[in-house]
Design a protein around this ligand. Structure first.
Ligand SMILES: C[S@@+](CC[C@H](N)C(=O)[O-])C[C@H]1O[C@@H](n2cnc3c(N)ncnc32)[C@H](O)[C@@H]1O
Length: 214
């Protein structure tokens, strides 16, 4: 079963779009500006893996107008939304690809920054993504992982607004969102060949890690 068929895609596009400000709070951008951007240069090549509805690329286009942006996702509905957004600078290029399968459609050593946000927890094996990130990054490039970290079930449910809203969606997403602890993310990143060069906790439920390939 693909992600396209597992969850209602138009509802997911709507949620990813309307909720962007809450999901990427100021603390995320403070981390980005202080610990990630100093490593990217002013005109970086950036790939957003699992770019979803395109809101993160849209924000990056404002912050880094000289960047070259590309988005990769397995969902046609997400990419269709991302293609239609207005970007402050050049429109990103978009590619449909399943991140469970290497190689990804990006040249070796061609990126300064690789981002995977709220997607790595869904992959069969995050180490596949990490190996591809290492392949795609230029020397000196940086990887930004932003993802859910495991919480207790009550804390998770409370943080998602309780069972009142959409309990079926909540419980089907929970095994992915609650998959890895903070220490397990750090360990996976190290196993994947990255030195941890930055860390922040922009939301109670999330961790942001910056990694430099060893
Ligand atoms: C929760 S959304 C996050 C979107 C975006 N990164 C954000 O933070 O707003 C997860 C995204 O990952 C994509 N995704 C999930 N599994 C994937 C896979 N195997 N390959 C590519 N994209 C995938 C989904 O289609 C969806 O767009």
């Amino acid at each position: 079963m693909t992600i396209d068929s597992r969850w209602d895609q138009s509802a997911m596009v709507e949620r990813m779009s309307s909720d962007f400000g809450r999901r990427y709070p100021l603390a995320f951008w403070e981390f980005f500006e202080s610990q990630v951007r100093p490593r990217t240069g002013d005109a970086p090549a950036i790939a957003d893996l699992g770019c979803g509805a395109g809101l993160l690329l849209q924000e990056l286009s404002s912050r880094l107008p000289d960047a070259t942006l590309r988005g990769i996702d397995v969902s046609r509905a997400m990419l269709a939304n991302a293609r239609e957004l207005d970007y402050a600078a050049a429109t990103p290029t978009f590619t449909l690809h399943d991140l469970n399968h290497a190689p990804y459609p990006v040249e070796d050593a061609s990126l300064d920054l690789c981002i995977s946000a709220n997607v790595t927890c869904f992959l069969d094996n995050p180490l596949v993504l990490f190996a591809e990130v290492r392949r795609m990054l230029r020397p000196g490039g940086v990887y930004l992982l932003f993802d859910w970290k495991r919480q207790t079930l009550p804390a998770y449910v409370e943080g998602r607004g309780g069972f009142g809203n959409d309990p079926a969606a909540l419980m089907s997403l929970q095994p992915y969102h609650n998959r890895f602890t903070l220490d397990e993310w750090r360990w996976l990143l190290a196993e994947g060949g990255f030195d941890l060069v930055g860390e922040a906790h922009p939301r109670t439920s999330h961790v942001a890690l910056a990694g430099a390939p060893r």
